[in-house]
Ligand binder design. Structure first.
Ligand SMILES: [Zn+2]
Length: 256
């Protein structure tokens, strides 16, 4: 770490659990963020500001006027621009040291796997189940931690899925919930709610990158914006899960 970095991150280095060692881990880390909308905006801004060395952003949408109410990384003059490029510009303005790769096409198949493998942590900030399940499968298969967030109306949820037998995966919690997909376009969403959930995704990503795993392990956080209350639910892995069940079965064979 050079003197400029020591100064820039001084307030964070002072925090117990981070220190110079943790800050160096952040500087050496690469995070993959899927979706540059309401959740991806604050998540990416905080990770860039906190000093995560490399951010890979994936989004193929363009900025629309109705996005600006909550997708705070984009500006009025970005309307019509690709979100990945608009976000890259904003992040480089926050922290020119952060290396930002913008992917403005649909990331799937081998290309998705390649980026999941190369990442130290993946943030699911997308808005549809098909992408969520594909991302979860790739993270389980390649052993990359996944920080998943969702927000709609006044309700938020988030969880981190670690690549270990004791942890559930996304599909253990939401098995086959392809039906009844709700969208913010139909249901609405309060602007600061996505800030609450997206910021906590950044928080969980920092905890993962600085090896503070106890704080996130097996934990599903539920936020109710109408009563401003949180619930934390402990979620065990599902041994029958078709995505991560092999991890428990492997463990069972060893202990037999
Ligand atoms: Zn699972």
């Amino acid at each position: 770490m050079n003197p400029a970095q020591r100064e820039r991150y001084s307030r964070q280095i002072r925090v117990a659990g981070i220190g110079e060692e943790g800050q160096q881990r952040l500087l050496d880390a690469r995070a993959l963020i899927i979706g540059m909308g309401g959740l991806g905006s604050p998540a990416a801004m905080y990770l860039a500001a906190a000093g995560v060395g490399e951010l890979v952003l994936s989004d193929f949408d363009r900025v629309e006027e109705s996005n600006l109410q909550r997708q705070i990384i984009h500006r009025f003059e970005d309307i019509g621009e690709l979100k990945a490029l608009s976000a890259k510009r904003a992040l480089e303005a926050i922290n020119p040291e952060c290396r930002v790769l913008a992917i403005d096409w649909q990331l799937d198949g081998d290309e998705l796997a390649e980026h999941v493998r190369a990442a130290d942590v993946v943030l699911d900030c997308c808005d549809n189940f098909a992408t969520r399940f594909a991302l979860n499968r790739a993270c389980v298969r390649l052993g990359t931690p996944l920080v998943s967030g969702a927000a709609i109306r006044m309700e938020g949820q988030l969880a981190t899925f670690l690549p270990e037998a004791e942890s559930p995966c996304y599909e253990c919690i939401y098995p086959g919930s392809f039906e009844n997909e709700e969208t913010c376009a139909l249901e609405g969403v309060l602007a600061p709610l996505v800030g609450v959930v997206g910021s906590l995704q950044a928080m969980q990503a920092v905890l993962v990158l600085t090896r503070q795993l106890e704080a996130v392990r097996r934990k599903l956080l539920l936020f109710d914006g109408t009563s401003l209350s949180w619930r934390s639910v402990s979620v065990p892995p599902d041994p029958e899960c078709r995505t991560c069940g092999f991890r428990q079965n492997k463990g069972r064979l060893h202990s037999a």
